[in-house]
Design a protein around this ligand. Structure first.
Ligand SMILES: O=P(O)(O)OC[C@H]1O[C@H](OP(=O)(O)OP(=O)(O)O)[C@H](O)[C@@H]1O
Ligand code: HPA
Ligand SMILES: [Mg+2]
Length: 183
């Protein structure tokens, strides 16, 4: 699949699986009495992570989705976050855990945290599968991080370049020739 476009596999399918289980276990320990946890998945990137995480989490949780976009067909953030789909319900008084695929510049999450905090949840935390420490432009408080990765453009397991590669089961570095040659 996508032969030649992936420079290297950064995180294998098995490594992802193990990490999702580990993160779900941490969350389970931190929310011991909470049968009312609300998971907010940030579409589209977090779709694989959200569905795997929800199934790895022993306690019941409700699932909500928000779709935002700031990258479009680019490898750098436009800095302008657009809501493509808002939550379907009120989160006031709920324990909300945002599930993100990646924190790169941090601009999306910083914007999202302000937006959701204004809706008065009982608590608001973030769980991200990936983070690029060398790319972060705004500091965002993140309670759960799966992997810190190098500052390379990555794809797979929900992450795209120009809407492609989301269906890869692993996370790989995209060969720069894909976005520099106009291919
Ligand atoms: O930290 P940042 O630099 O803001 O980048 C992270 C965000 O960018 C990506 O979303 P994108 O805008 O590509 O939308 P998508 O999830 O639909 O691909 C990714 O899924 C995160 O939500
Ligand atoms: O490295 C990345 N890959 C895919 N989507 C992204 N959105 C922010 N950073 C990335
Ligand atoms: Mg994207």
């Amino acid at each position: 699949m996508y032969d030649g476009d992936i420079a290297s596999v950064l995180i294998s399918e098995q490594q992802i699986k193990d990490k999702v289980t580990e993160l779900a276990k941490q969350v389970e320990e931190d929310y011991p009495n909470s049968g009312d946890l609300l998971l907010v998945g940030v579409l589209k990137g977090a779709v694989m992570f959200m569905t795997d995480f929800a199934r790895a989490l022993p306690q019941p949780a409700q699932l909500e989705f928000m779709a935002v976009s700031s990258y479009g067909s680019s490898t750098s953030s436009s800095g302008v976050v657009r809501i493509l789909k808002d939550l379907d319900r009120d989160i006031a008084g709920k324990h909300v855990l945002i599930l993100e695929d990646i924190i790169d510049s941090g601009l999306t999450l910083s914007w999202l945290l302000k937006n959701l905090q204004a809706r008065n949840p009982a608590s608001l935390e973030v769980c991200t599968l990936l983070r690029k420490p060398d790319a972060v432009q705004v500091d965002v408080p993140v309670r759960y991080v799966g992997f810190d990765i190098p500052n390379e453009f990555v794809v797979g397991y929900g992450l795209d370049y120009a809407e492609r590669y989301r269906d890869l089961p692993y996370i790989g570095s995209l060969d720069p020739k894909v976005y520099t040659s106009g291919a």
